[in-house]
Design a protein around this ligand. Structure first.
Ligand code: LLP
Length: 381
């Protein structure tokens, strides 16, 4: 699907985030078509993109909200997500954030440590409430993805170690303001080899067997997010293979009678509908390298600088013969580079440049370093 541009693009100032709402709707429809018949419930991970316009569409398609801060819980409520469709995860929830979520009576807290359970119990008691909790377990499953976005290994800070489970269950029997409703696990992000979800399923099966032996059946199971997208070919392959993803769980995860299974996807929902549009400020030709210097930088899209991530770069203006450029931003950091040795049609000052697949972890990770202003969002479709 070629990039759809706003009609008035020539007169728009850059950079800006361009969102294709038609593609987002198609993605959401495909997602629900794969999830619903299999009775999977999807919570959208707001951390990927918390833009209110996008959230409104996501809510309309019947997804819940997976939040990791008080700000995200508030944004989900403000966008009209029902409290019973909101979960709150995160390794470091502050008292104020917990209190906000308790007062809103959200569906569930995904607790990540023993100390958090104790605090949650205290704060719930002070509000005369009983908080529903799921235990985020660290399943020690290797997601084989970038080490910065692997989260399910013992070495990562996330979740409660499975070896602690017995002690935690015992502790919970003394925390009367908490109701244990589920288990939660999330092993990492941008996962394209789906067999790791089978590994996760096996681990969860074993844990559930262990719980069953102790007479414990939990009504909810949350297997996290992490489904990856095709950064290389966003136009040919804009919608992730949700069927294959859910099939992997359907075939490997043993669901207990009456148990609800949740996934919490972020990137797979929103990445492909977003593009960062920028203009070339200067082309600097040096002996070794031609630099195409954009008016967008790591302040708008930090993924290449932070993780060395690949984003497809397209010149939307030029049809010239291909030349090789390092495509860089204006920020005073050498890591402010979107791509090295990129083949682009001959590129000149004023050309429009698209950085594709930027809908997830793009706008939300923007900063105002160098006192830059936030890039606006523009919608088509
Ligand atoms: N659930 C939990 C507990 C998570 O930590 C995450 C992402 C998700 C769900 C959603 O994962 P997704 O479906 O989007 O893969 N900034 C990085 C990605 C960080 C992901 C953090 N956790 C990036 O730009 O690649």
């Amino acid at each position: 699907m070629p990039l759809q541009l706003p009609a008035d693009i020539a007169s728009r100032s850059t950079p800006f985030y361009l969102y294709d709402l038609t593609l987002l709707r198609q993605t959401l429809t495909a997602l629900q078509a794969a999830a619903r018949p299999r009775d999977f419930h999807v919570h959208y991970a707001l951390k990927a993109n918390a833009n209110a316009e996008i959230l409104a569409l996501i809510r309309e398609h019947g997804l819940g909200a997976d939040c990791v801060s008080g700000g995200e819980v508030q944004r989900a409520l403000d966008t009209g997500f029902a409290p019973q469709d909101i979960v709150f995860a995160g390794v470091g929830k502050s008292d104020a954030e917990i209190n906000l979520a308790l007062a809103a009576d959200i569906w569930c807290f995904n607790a990540e440590s023993v100390e958090e359970l104790v605090v949650l119990n205290e704060l719930a008691g002070a509000q005369n409430r009983r908080a529903r909790v799921a235990l985020r377990l660290n399943p020690n499953v290797d997601a084989h993805t970038h080490h910065y976005i692997t989260t399910g290994l013992e070495a990562n800070k996330f979740g409660i170690s499975v070896s602690e489970l017995a002690a935690v269950i015992e502790l919970l029997s003394t925390l009367h303001n908490l109701e244990l409703v589920g288990l939660h696990a999330h092993i990492g992000s941008q996962i394209t080899n789906l067999t790791v979800f089978a590994d996760l399923s096996q681990k969860l099966n074993e844990i559930q067997d262990w719980l069953s032996d102790r007479g414990i059946m939990l009504p909810h199971l949350n297997v996290g997010g992490g489904l990856g997208i095709d950064y290389q070919r966003p136009e040919e392959n804009p919608i992730p293979d949700f069927e294959a993803y859910f099939r992997m769980f359907e075939e490997n995860l043993v669901r207990r009678p009456g148990q609800q299974v949740h996934v919490e996807l972020g990137r797979a929902v929103v990445a492909q509908c977003g593009t960062l549009i920028s203009r070339v400020l200067y082309v600097k030709r040096s002996q070794q390298t031609n630099f195409a210097i954009l008016d967008a930088g790591m302040t708008e899209l930090i993924r290449p600088a932070l993780y060395g991530s690949y984003h497809l770069i397209q010149n939307l203006t030029s049809q010239g013969s291909r030349q090789i450029y390092d495509v860089v931003g204006p920020i005073c950091e050498s890591s402010d580079t979107f791509g090295r040795e990129v083949a682009l049609p001959e590129t000149n000052r004023g050309d429009l440049i698209a950085l594709r697949s930027a809908g997830a972890y793009g706008e939300v990770m923007a900063s105002n370093y160098n006192l830059r202003e936030k890039a606006p969002a523009v919608y088509v479709g």
